[in-house]
Design a protein around this ligand. Sequence first.
Ligand code: RIB
Ligand code: CA
Length: 309
Amino acid sequence: MARAVAIDCDPGIDDMMALLTVCASPELDLRGVTTVGGNVGIELTTRNARSVLSLAGRGDVPVAAGAARSLVRVPVSEKRGAHGDGGLGGITLPEPPGTADLRPAAEFLAATVAAAPGPLTLFAVGPLTNVALFYALYPQVAARLDRLVVMGGSIGAGNMTPAAEFNVWFDPEAAHRVLTDPGVPVPTTLVPLDVTRRTGLVDADIAVLARSGPIGALTARALGGYRHGLGAVTPVHDAVAVLAVLHPELITTRPARVHVDAGYGPSRGGTVVDLEPADGPTVDVVVDADVHAVVEALLDRVTSLDQQV
Ligand code: RIB
Ligand code: CA
């Protein structure tokens, strides 16, 4: 039986890769998608999620919009714009038919978990605002989650500031609630920047996508517009979180306690990942991955879409 999953995201080019990977994986039963403001505004992340699902032949999957901004303080930085003004690196996908689900993301997630045929795995690959609200408003339903898999945080340096990774930097209070003090007993896997920034695509990989068919060609163009600043390797941060579930044999995890800096100093949004937690672990953190095998598995999935659709 396929594993029931849902994705909370802020598409976002690597969010697009995560959505396509899920759509290309028959082991996963995608029950719903929620969107959050982050890489671009909520209207665009919602439109992008719906249009990527439609591109992958999954326009049937409901999409519900969530928080437009962070819980407490609106983050400010000159560094925004890595995903382009439209959020997908300069490509424009057709406006999908129909409309988004009108329920707020937290309510939609509760209904989706409650209606799932079995325990559901939630991928959270944007700022954690929606997940924090879901935990706060529907703790009994959230407790039924099989696992939460978060792309975010860092053991070492960040990517928005020297201390902070983007998803946590955007809403540190939400990240604290979800990663440090969830209040609900949800097994959680953290896929941090330290692993995802190493697990990216080189030009030859993108060329394979470009040759695989119309979906692959559009995906290659989106990746080409990703102003990630990481040099020759184009990151697919969010897709690595999906591969961590599809191929657990390719990753190494360790139990850890995550501390999130929700102060207002220069390290706001930073994460301290304690791998020897005296107070007990709060997450399983991915500390290593077979980078080549993860990338190969990702390409194998995404290039298969042009044969499926
Ligand atoms: O730091 C990487 C994360 O921030 C990814 O989820 C990317 O989409 C951006 O949201
Ligand atoms: Ca994202």
